[in-house]
Design a protein around this ligand. Structure first.
Ligand SMILES: [Zn+2]
Length: 433
């Protein structure tokens, strides 16, 4: 009994409700598609899936179900970050990264998965992890071993020898190459096949240079068009989408023309790139919050001095190009590059997106319906509707008036399990059952 109580008090902060059937009663529920509110809304779910939603007066409550009381709060679908690295931390940047083992990265991922979920992100697309740590973390979360968001994972990102997704910190005598290095169309195809063999949901490719890597240039192409085409073709043939890391103008266009599904960073996109993205229906993902963190904290965190200089060169341009792409009507999904800045701060990007032109609703759509569409979760996540996962968060305040309320999420439910509830005292909430 004592042991049971101890365990109960340990887990109440984590899972308040282990049965994925029940209901929540929201003061208001945001329909993220239309931008309208349903007042006094009831959401009923069974086995983790929503069965009915609507005004409490019109939705019938199954016998014996007491809804979670969120009558003082605004509810919306759980948020999705389509560019995350749960197994990495900012203080693991630069030379310090060489001392972090693959098993340690997996455990770092478990801690970050919890932080991210508690911050209201019930889904992430993890685009780049060493040693298939992201596959292991996804499977551990799905098995209920550790709390975390739904994960859609890429495994090791494909890249050229010496490129952004290789490891360039070690001297030649170490003969080290990163997991995802593959040069030439056929080697790249083989790497796509290998990643799929070990359980990835999508393919990540480093098309251009990057900021945090040593000795390369964000604007310079790395993979050739021919290689990108081979990667996209092989991945699509095997039923996987492709996300391309591309800061550089040419690499963005090469990736879009190769049929890649989303452009990550998109920093130096030009008018032609924007037109191509619209024509091909390619999603653009602009990680425009982390510039603040890199410039302020990057050196202290261990990032290379050259990385700070590179960020100074493209950070502002990326924000301006975000505004331009948004005004041009490209498809956009919310991705932050979590791990470059501390996990759990993902929602800080909403305010930057609004500062650079989006309406709060559009920024929220980028992190819900658009993100779900890109990942392949349309209708299942990013909405609260019959047939969707019971993934729902609540905030105090109106996110359409002040998007920053999303930085203070008070309630988190994933698949009908409540992981956070600050709307009512934790013990009272647990005791109701
Ligand atoms: Zn990234």
């Amino acid at each position: 009994m004592t042991k049971h109580l101890l365990l109960a008090s340990f887990f109440t902060a984590c899972v308040l409700q282990a049965d994925p059937s029940g209901a929540v009663h929201c003061g208001r529920l945001l329909d993220v598609r239309s931008g309208t509110y349903v007042a006094d809304a009831l959401v009923v779910f069974q086995n983790g899936v929503v069965t009915s939603v609507g005004p409490a007066s019109r939705v019938s409550l199954p016998a014996g179900v007491t809804p979670v009381d969120l009558s003082g709060a605004v509810c919306l679908p759980g948020l999705i970050d389509v560019h995350d690295h749960l197994t990495a931390n900012p203080e693991h940047a630069g030379y310090q990264s060489l001392g972090i083992s693959v098993p340690r990265q997996a455990l770092t991922g478990a801690a970050n998965a919890r932080k991210t979920l508690m911050a209201g992100f019930t889904g992430v697309r993890n685009v780049g992890a060493a040693g298939f740590t992201d596959v292991a973390l996804r499977d551990a979360i799905n098995a209920g071993d550790v709390p975390g968001p739904r994960m859609f994972v890429s495994g090791p990102p494909l890249g050229i020898t010496g490129g952004h997704c290789d490891e360039d910190l070690l001297a030649p005598e170490f003969h080290f190459r990163a997991d995802g290095v593959a040069d030439g169309p056929w080697a790249a195809r083989a790497k796509v096949r290998e990643n799929i063999k070990y359980g990835v949901d999508l393919i990540k490719v480093c098309a251009s240079g990057g900021v945090l890597s040593k000795g390369d240039l964000p604007g310079a192409p790395q993979y050739t068009f021919e290689e990108l085409q081979a990667i996209a073709d092989e991945a699509h043939k095997l039923g996987r989408k492709v996300a391309a890391h591309a800061h550089g103008t040419q690499s963005i266009k090469d990736s879009i023309r190769a049929g890649i599904d989303s452009i990550e960073h998109s920093s130096l996109i030009d008018d032609e790139g924007i037109a191509l993205a619209k024509q091909h229906g390619t999603y653009l993902v602009f990680d425009i919050y982390n510039d603040d963190y890199i410039l302020k904290e990057g050196l202290k965190a261990g990032m290379l001095p050259e990385s700070i200089e590179k960020e100074k060169g493209i950070g502002k341009l990326q924000r301006q190009n975000f505004r331009h792409a948004y005004l041009s009507g490209t498809k956009m999904a919310f991705g932050t590059d979590g791990g470059v800045y501390p996990h759990g701060d993902n929602a800080r990007q909403f305010a930057i997106m609004v500062e650079y032109g989006m309406k709060p609703l559009e920024a929220i759509q980028a992190a819900t319906v658009n993100a779900a569409d890109l990942v392949g979760w349309a209708g299942k996540a990013g909405v609260v509707a019959p047939g969707s996962y019971a993934d729902l968060i609540a905030v105090n305040g109106d996110p359409l008036e002040d998007v920053k309320v999303l930085e203070r999420v008070r309630f988190v439910m994933k698949g009908g399990e409540v992981y956070r509830n600050e709307q009512q005292p934790v013990l009272a909430a647990a005791g109701r059952r």
